[in-house]
Design a protein. Structure first.
Length: 342
């Protein structure tokens, strides 16, 4: 998979799509299903930037139920959002954010054909290069890094609204600057975002450190049933747990609260690989995987129909939880990363 970023020709083509948009052109922004901080943040921040450029007819959307997870309900630019069912059927320009493959666009995938042009902003190495013009940079810590670069090239200055969106995106995908993706460039971008006056403490508390009491108790239950398999992944270890729709219902919680669960599971010292199965329908699971560095979990995810990054990936699992984990276990050995020598 290519590890290089967009070429000068890619940047020029993307900039031309934005600059040559007719004054009454309709722009549809789409981010991936079950949007996270980078999906929503990069999309809404870019949308606010386009607004500053004078784009008036613009919608932002994502596939599935039009529900924004509580942690992101304070994001600037939410007024751009429309339900997928109301999205322009044939926009002049469609721009996709943080989606590694067409399948992540759900029922909105047809816009790639009906739109006048399609631009893809992403940072997944596993990006399938769907759509027309690609700005895919696997070295970028977040899609928002690519989005900010394109806005800068189009001459849009950062303001506090754009900055808050991009800050949420950047902190989400770098684990609040804890992951190796946290390069000097990431901190330089963070500095430019903070210089607009946004409040990092308040934003982080809202996005990462606030959850309903029912979710706290639900986490206790789900963490209490976690399984540790020290022999898995050639002795590197696997830790996993699962949460059912019934668990959510008993604690009166929405599915998005489970997104933070993997961060508690992956703390396990005795396991390189961690995994959380989140039931989405009977016999269907949204699977999250993380690795501390010994296993390329995106290989596991791609082999099982999903995608993601080397150390954070996911897929849709089918069958009983035990069967899904058996499928993962079966892929771990081939996904071991050869240890560097010397
Ligand atoms: P998370 O576990 O936080 O949902 O996702 C981790 C990474 O894996 C993200 O980069 C996300 O895009 C990717 N990912 C998660 N689920 C899927 C999936 O079902 N299909 C694909 N292609 N990627 C996924
Ligand atoms: Mn991302």
């Amino acid at each position: 998979m290519p590890e290089t970023g967009p070429t000068p020709a890619d940047w020029a083509a993307a900039e031309a799509l934005i600059r040559e948009l007719p004054p009454d052109g309709r722009v549809l922004l789409i981010c991936h299903v079950n949007p996270d901080g980078d999906a929503l943040g990069s999309m809404l921040g870019f949308g606010l930037g386009l607004r500053r450029l004078g784009v008036r007819r613009m919608q932002a959307t994502f596939p599935g139920p039009p529900e924004v997870p509580e942690p992101f309900r304070g994001l600037p630019g939410l007024d751009l959002l429309v339900p997928a069912t109301e999205a322009y059927p044939d926009p002049d320009l469609v721009i996709c954010f943080d989606a590694a493959s067409e399948s992540r666009l759900g029922e909105l995938v047809d816009r790639l054909d009906t739109a006048g042009a399609a631009l893809v902003l992403d940072h997944h190495a596993s990006n399938t290069r769907f759509g027309g013009v690609h700005l895919v940079d696997p070295r970028a810590a977040a899609t928002s890094v690519v989005a900010e670069q394109l806005l800068a090239r189009c001459g849009v200055p950062l303001d506090a609204g754009i900055a808050e969106c991009f800050y949420v995106a950047l902190t989400t995908d770098t684990g609040s600057f804890r992951f190796d993706a946290t390069t000097p460039e990431v901190h330089q971008l963070a500095a430019r975002l903070l210089a607009t006056g946004i409040r990092p403490g308040e934003i982080s508390r809202r996005v990462f450190d606030t959850r309903p009491f029912g979710a706290v108790r639900l986490f206790g239950e789900v963490l209490g049933r976690a399984r540790l398999e020290p022999a898995a992944a050639a002795g590197r270890g696997l830790v996993w747990t699962w949460a059912t729709l019934d668990d959510l219902a008993r604690h009166d919680q929405r599915a998005y609260v489970l997104e933070a669960l993997i961060d508690s599971v992956r703390c396990t010292a005795e396991a390189d690989v961690s995994c959380v199965l989140k039931q989405t329908a009977p016999g269907e699971w949204a699977v999250s995987m993380r690795s501390k560095g010994a296993v390329d979990v995106s290989r596991v995810a791609v082999a099982l129909g999903g995608g993601g990054h080397r150390f954070a990936a996911g897929f849709t699992g089918r069958g009983a939880a035990e069967e899904v984990v058996a499928a993962i276990r079966g892929q771990l050995d081939t996904a071991l990363i050869p240890t560097a020598v010397g």
